[in-house]
Ligand binder design. Structure first.
Ligand code: HEC
Ligand code: HEC
Ligand code: HEC
Length: 476
């Protein structure tokens, strides 16, 4: 595979006219236009494996310009970019109890909720009337990099084009060849997105783009090696990790698209999931986890005693589990190179207090509010010492997601329950039960405050208000 270190240098990327950010009205309108790009399909069916595409290609169904190797490469890149996660509708349940029917890959129609209405993803199969079959290569590259579809239609940033803006030409060609020749056309139109005025004025997104999106291809850092640069490209561009892990500004723009920004990947909330700090912060970041732990987490959904949950489950299931070991190692190397930023939470697993709590939970001498709830409802899986039971149940002691500045994900997980990812190579999935009917807001606040402050964990307490505001937003 191509190493990014060999790419020719491109002109420097400039973030345009920051001063215009103070133009309040524009910001208000565009912030309303900008919606979460993250509420994706929980169960996107697997896309056709690259092998099928390759077979179709060699079977002669393909025009001469795209060979099987190129199509397979495009299929791989589409997985790394998780195009299927957003462009494949959720499976349909026709009657209660019946097996859900999988939706055709890439035919669009997945609804993404915004406060102004639902935005539907487009049909991106090579069907000429309702899909992208008539797209030229330039149309495709323009849509992915600039967020502008043929006819000048500006795309809502629910499509993460600010990240895809950095895809270089050779990868863009492989993606195009895959979508034109390796994907089955589907002649079913995706539902129209119709937001109320003024959010239906797509042209106004021009201003949002102009203010916030740094256009220009990925530029390798000359002082870094090829592995680091490969990881940086995968994280910043194809993987669009920042869409969830970077905090957003007032107009819902990601506050930084590379490590040159001090807030890049320091944690963000989308769709009531907080995606944690991926910098080297030793409390709520990845500082205490090795590159091998991170690569395993992305491949299997399990690494260093942590298990992917919330919106990260789909990312692992649809995208990262399919990435090559070399690419996952590159991502881990890049993430491990991020300096500690936005520090919050602490962990000291050797402390005497940590051992005493575990002992007290074992013998039932529990006094702190929350400890009794933990002993009754949680300890059988997560264990009295919070170490979990690998590979079934995650550790809570020293778990960065437990120590995060925001407890939003913890509340949502407790209320709704969860399930560890299904992957080809990983352990059998396990469920965490929902506690919405069992624990009230006060009890949830107590047990979360407890797990954030025991076994050597130290993080801000969770208030009853924190819990009730997440629960009311979730209507649960
Ligand atoms: C996080 C979700 C998300 C991901 C990931 C994503 N898209 Fe999209 N995409 C969307 C949404 C939503 C729209 C519709 C936006 C609108 O209507 O303004 C869209 C629109 C498009 C369009 C415009 C089609 C048209 O004419 O309306 C193309 C082309 C496209 N996506 C291709 C891709 C490709 C290729 C990938 C992977 C490299 C990808 N998308 C990944 C959400 C996503
Ligand atoms: C759709 C939103 C979303 C996207 C996109 C996303 N993540 Fe996540 N990620 C999350 C959430 C939410 C969590 C917290 C739950 C957990 O720990 O699994 C998380 C957790 C993680 C963790 C574990 C961190 C910890 O402290 O527990 C790692 C590592 C990670 N993500 C890496 C990545 C990488 C690398 C990418 C891009 C390839 C990525 N994520 C893309 C939402 C996302
Ligand atoms: C039946 C076993 C079981 C019980 C009981 C249980 N959990 Fe879990 N827990 C899990 C599993 C499995 C996961 C992984 C979920 C996922 O991947 O979506 C998990 C994940 C978590 C996480 C996220 C950590 C991570 O890295 O994935 C937290 C925090 C958590 N549980 C807290 C609790 C608390 C607090 C209780 C008690 C109120 C509890 N759990 C009860 C099985 C359990």
């Amino acid at each position: 595979m191509r190493t990014l270190g060999e790419q020719p240098a491109a002109p420097s990327v400039v973030l345009r006219s920051r001063s215009l950010r103070s133009a309040g009205l524009i910001v208000a309108v565009v912030s309303a236009l900008a919606v979460s790009s993250t509420a994706c399909n929980a169960q996107a069916p697997a896309i056709a494996p690259a092998g099928n595409a390759a077979m179709r290609a060699t079977g002669g169904a393909v025009n001469g310009s795209a060979d099987a190797v190129q199509i397979a490469r495009g299929a791989y890149l589409a997985r790394a970019a998780d195009c299927a996660g957003c462009h494949t509708a959720a499976p349909r349940v026709t009657q209660p109890g019946a097996k859900p029917i999988l939706s055709p890959p890439f035919a669009g129609g997945l609804g993404m909720a915004s406060p102004f209405g639902t935005i539907y993803s487009s049909n991106i199969t090579p069907e000429p009337h309702v899909g992208i079959g008539k797209y030229s290569y330039d149309d495709f590259a323009h849509a992915l990099r600039d967020g502008v579809a043929p006819g000048g239609k500006r795309l809502y940033p629910a499509m993460p084009y600010p990240s895809f803006a950095r895809i270089p030409d050779d990868d863009m060609h492989a993606l195009y060849d895959y979508f034109m020749h390796g994907v089955q056309p589907v002649a079913v139109a995706a539902p129209e997105t119709s937001l109320p005025f003024p959010f239906n004025q797509r042209w106004a997104l021009l201003f949002w783009d102009w203010l916030f999106v740094p256009h220009g291809p990925f530029r390798p850092e000359p002082g870094r090696d090829a592995q680091w640069n490969r990881g940086a490209y995968l994280v910043q561009s194809l993987g669009h990790c920042g869409a969830c892990h970077t905090p957003r500004g007032p107009a819902y723009e990601e506050r930084g698209y590379s490590e040159t920004s001090a807030v890049y990947l320091t944690g963000g909330t989308n769709d009531h999931w907080f995606a944690p700090n991926l910098s080297a912060d030793p409390g709520s970041g990845l500082g205490r986890f090795s590159a091998a732990d991170i690569a395993a987490f992305l491949k299997l959904g399990h690494g260093g005693g942590l298990i992917a949950f919330g919106s990260m489950v789909q990312v692992v299931e649809d995208s990262t589990q399919y990435m090559s070991d070399a690419d996952l190692a590159a991502i881990a190397v890049y993430l491990k190179s991020l300096p500690p930023r936005a520090q919050s939470g602490f962990f000291n697993g050797d402390s005497r207090a940590a051992q005493q709590t575990a002992q007290a939970l074992r013998t039932g001498e529990v006094e702190r509010p929350g400890a009794g709830i933990y002993a009754t409802y949680c300890a059988r899986c997560h264990q009295p010492n919070g170490a979990g039971l690998a590979p079934k149940y995650p550790r809570l002691a020293g778990n960065p997601a437990v120590l995060s500045a925001s407890a939003t994900s913890l509340v949502r997980l407790l209320v709704e329950g969860g399930g560890s990812p299904h992957t080809e190579a990983g352990p059998e999935p396990r469920k965490m039960p929902p506690f919405a009917g069992k624990l009230d807001d006060r009890e949830i606040a107590h047990v979360l405050t407890f797990i954030r402050n025991t076994w050597g964990n130290a993080a801000a307490p969770v208030t009853v208000r924190d819990v009730s505001s997440v629960r009311s937003a979730l209507h649960k």
